[in-house]
Design a protein around this ligand. Structure first.
Ligand SMILES: [Zn+2]
Length: 470
């Protein structure tokens, strides 16, 4: 049984503990709020905007805490200003470790868009406002608190707990996840990882859905390049590079790539169908019916573009470059196409399909290497960790549905999965509206104060569920 230092747990009823299931830590969560808020605010107040990052400042804050608590913690740095931090609480070795990973960097801000100081961690209207409040300092503080509570309990767990704070998640993975996976993998090797990538959806003040990401699409971007004859724009040419490129971009933009489900997305849409209401049930169930699927996909393309993307390898034109003067035919035109492949996509074959759709030998397809991440199979739904995530969701949020999800974007879980770590993306509770308007990378970022506490409790419960002690 994990206990807080004050042993206040004896005053608190152990809500869900039965002989048959892992015991919930005897933590008085009300009492943890002050410390959670203090660390959370302090971390948000450390400006780790990337670029340049300066994540070492956050690492120094965290390391001081671990040192004071007697938890062994070590830094690993490819670049001194961008250190990684790994802390470990040893278990009894009966089972393999759990990795608790979060990134310390945040995306930059446009200060004029903020009603408050973006690095003030201001408390207002029940929210904590600031860059990183939802991405990713909420996970960072949850992981920190799980470590502190585990250590203070004095219990010997069935698994090592590894805390890993990584720099550079927002766009430059070199000094963070890549450095650690390639040069210090032993330090972070685990059976399971918990990190960003999921969320709990609040509806009418209750958690309705707990999304756990178990896989993600794979960036496989390409450049289309056309060369033609340059010349005076008063004389039209049939090899005009811009004309050939435009036609190719238009064809790719209109191409409905084939739909395909995998274990995660099948479970996801089945779960959504089971939740209702009837018109949604009919829609998600209809995806499996060959006669109805086409109309449903058209609907999704218009009204639920994220779901449309989850069903396929997507092809999205993002950059056009051609021409420099109005009276000169350019000799080269190029476009960037953001291809996001399903995890099991045969990419060379897919590029061949693109070539067929374009149907113009003048257009060359050049794969881009920047931003390529490793491909790995989805994390499984039959693991002890996934079951724990379901159990704890049911317990803490009665009536909620847990759904495995495939992210359309890319995360650092790709590197962990490629090394065989079953990795699950989780996150705190927010309304859909808040998530869109004030979520990760929004002009203004904030999180309900109560969601931070709830998320720490959720993470702690999940870890206890599979690391014991029983
Ligand atoms: Zn993030």
């Amino acid at each position: 049984m994990m206990k807080v230092a004050l042993n206040i747990c004896t005053l608190v009823p152990l809500l869900f503990a039965t002989a048959a299931e892992a015991q919930v830590p005897g933590v008085n969560w009300e009492q943890q709020k002050v410390e959670i808020l203090r660390h959370y605010r302090a971390l948000v107040q450390i400006d780790t905007s990337n670029p340049p990052g300066n994540e070492t400042k956050a690492v120094e804050y965290l390391k001081k805490i671990f040192d004071a608590e007697g938890i062994p913690a070590q830094t690993f740095a490819l670049d001194a200003s961008r250190a990684n931090l790994v802390a470990r609480i040893k278990g009894n070795g009966r089972k393999r470790p759990i990795l608790l990973m979060a990134h310390t960097d945040v995306v930059g801000v446009q200060r004029e868009k903020w009603p408050v100081d973006p690095f003030g961690a201001v408390l207002k209207d029940g929210y904590i406002w600031g860059r990183g409040t939802a991405d990713d300092k909420d996970k960072l503080v949850a992981n920190l608190m799980v470590m502190l509570l585990a250590k203070r309990s004095g219990a010997l767990l069935d698994r090592d707990l590894i805390f890993f704070a990584e720099p550079g998640e927002e766009g430059d993975t070199g000094p963070g996840i890549e450095f650690m996976v390639n040069q210090h993998f032993n330090e972070i090797d685990a059976e399971f990882a918990l990190t960003e990538g999921g969320r709990a959806t609040l509806e009418n003040g209750r958690v309705a859905v707990v999304s756990v990401s178990t896989t993600e699409k794979v960036p496989r971007r390409v450049r289309l390049v056309v060369n033609g004859t340059s010349g005076h724009a008063s004389i039209p040419r049939i090899d005009n590079a811009l004309v050939h490129l435009s036609a190719a971009v238009a064809k790719l933009g209109a191409w409905q790539t084939p739909m395909r489900l995998n274990e995660t997305t099948r479970a996801y849409f089945e779960g959504l169908a089971a939740m209702g209401p009837p018109e949604k049930t009919a829609r998600y169930k209809g995806l499996a019916s060959p006669e109805r699927a086409a109309a449903i996909q058209q609907y999704l393309a218009e009204y639920e573009p994220q779901h449309y993307s989850m069903l396929r390898t997507s092809v999205v034109p993002t950059i056009l470059k051609a021409g420099f003067r109005m009276n000169v035919i350019p000799s080269e035109a190029e476009a960037t196409i953001d291809v996001r492949a399903l995890p099991d996509e045969d990419v060379p074959r897919f590029y061949e399909e693109m070539r067929r759709v374009i149907g113009d030998p003048a257009v060359r397809i050049e794969p881009l290497t920047a931003g390529v991440r490793p491909v790995a199979p989805p994390s499984r739904l039959d693991t002890e960790m996934y079951r724990a995530l379901e159990q704890v969701s049911k317990r803490l949020y009665p009536g909620s549905t847990t759904l495995p999800t495939m992210l359309t974007g890319a995360t650092d879980m790709a590197f962990l999965r490629a090394k065989g770590i079953q990795s699950y993306g989780i996150g705190p509770a927010s309304t859909d509206e808040d998530n869109i308007k004030y979520g990760a990378h929004s002009d203004v970022e904030r999180l309900p104060e109560s969601s931070v506490y709830g998320f720490v409790e959720f993470t702690s419960n999940v870890v206890t569920e599979i690391a014991g002690p029983r």
